[in-house]
Design a protein. Structure first.
Ligand code: F6P
Length: 358
């Protein structure tokens, strides 16, 4: 008999169900009796004892379904050690619920913040397995996270659609891509969508370089320009500010987000017509791409193997195409950012793509 707890935490993505299915199907194939406690809305369910008893059948037919059958919520790691509004000690509450259900392991599907809490629970003596989820692809220790490829598909589709209308109207278009503090999604969607300018948080931009890239295209007779801009993109000047100073500065902006600020600067300087498109949460929605279905099936199988080996306290990672177990203490709290010297960036520059830096 094996009893597992499972939760999906943080911003959702397309392949959460596929990953849960991978774990459950693999375990059900190997053990005589499998009991599953599904915690509702991520760590919130574990803290407040909100759960449902599930069977392997509940995980059938969900390979292609987006979202998460368990629900999700954001429970910031930095507040985990702080009591809630009723004075509840959240960490003790999570431990108590784990013990109440006599769980053999807790399977956490989540991004960076969720991973930090998983590591905290490991330090507190719980058996934890983490599967790396996020469209941002920013989890240290794995080559790729699930959700990333599906989000690339959606963001690329957005850029593709903009291409045709931009060409008809000879406009400058900005597509703002998600990714939080990192530029992976923008880099890949920008490349796949053939963007002319790609702005990433890791390469602060100079607006003059961006304008120069647009003018260069105009001189060549190209009437339109497409910019893929990461939501976390930052100008060279703003990159010199502290986190606190930049946050304060942004509060005084009249722009909803960075793409609108860049659009305004381009319009003011060149008098060109600029439009902004923000695909936003559509990037996390819909069915998982086949790549993510494959990835989640493999991650799930390896997660199950780790559970059966009683090899807890790790993240199931992809390293050079292989499924590996990486200790949580090695990965928790570290961010995987785009390396500005990445060969892909050099290759795109060879094609004439501007990163707004020179
Ligand atoms: O981490 C995934 C992500 O979609 C980021 O790309 C984005 O910045 C953030 O979540 C949006 O969060 P929320 O869904 O809470 O608005």
């Amino acid at each position: 008999m094996l009893k597992i707890g499972m939760l999906t935490s943080g911003g959702d993505c397309q392949a959460l169900n596929a990953a849960m299915r991978g774990v459950v199907k693999s375990l059900a194939h190997k053990v005589d009796k499998l009991e599953i406690i599904g915690f509702i809305d991520g760590y919130k369910g574990l803290i407040y004892g909100n759960y449902k008893k599930m069977t392997p059948e509940d995980f059938s037919g969900i390979l292609t379904r987006g979202g998460t059958i368990l629900g999700s919520s954001r429970q910031p790691f930095k507040l985990m050690r702080e009591p809630d509004e009723n004075g509840l000690d959240k960490v003790e509450a999570m431990k108590a619920n784990y013990r109440k259900h006599k769980l053999d392991v807790l399977v956490v599907l989540g991004g960076n913040g969720s991973q930090k809490t998983a590591n905290l629970l490991r330090e507190e003596g719980l058996n934890v397995i983490h599967l790396p989820k996020t469209i941002d692809n920013d989890i240290y220790g794995t080559d790729v996270t699930f959700g990333f490829q599906s989000a690339i598909d959606v963001a690329t589709q957005a850029i593709d659609c903009i291409h045709t209308t931009a060409a008809s109207h000879n406009r400058v278009f900005i597509v703002e891509v998600m990714g939080h503090k990192v530029g992976w999604l923008t880099l890949y969607a920008g490349c796949a969508g053939g963007a002319d300018v790609i702005l990433l948080p890791e390469i602060p931009y100079d607006i003059n370089c961006v304008i120069e890239a647009i003018n260069k295209r105009s001189k060549k007779g190209r009437g339109f320009t497409i910019l893929a801009v990461a939501e976390g993109a930052v100008s060279k000047n703003d990159a010199l500010l502290t986190k606190k100073e930049y946050k304060k500065k942004k509060k005084n902006w009249s722009y909803p987000s960075i793409a609108y600020k860049i659009a305004d600067e381009i319009e003011q300087t060149c008098g060109l017509e600029v439009r902004v498109t923000v695909p936003g949460h559509t990037q996390r929605g819909g069915s998982p791409a086949p790549y993510d279905r494959v990835l989640c099936t493999r991650l799930g199988a390896e997660g199950a193997r780790a559970i059966l080996d009683k090899d807890f306290g790790c993240m199931i990672a992809v390293i050079n195409g292989e499924m590996k177990r990486v200790p949580l203490e090695e990965t928790a709290g570290r961010l995987k950012m785009v390396d500005p010297d990445d060969s892909m960036i050099e290759e795109l520059k060879t094609l004439g793509v501007s990163f707004g830096d020179n």
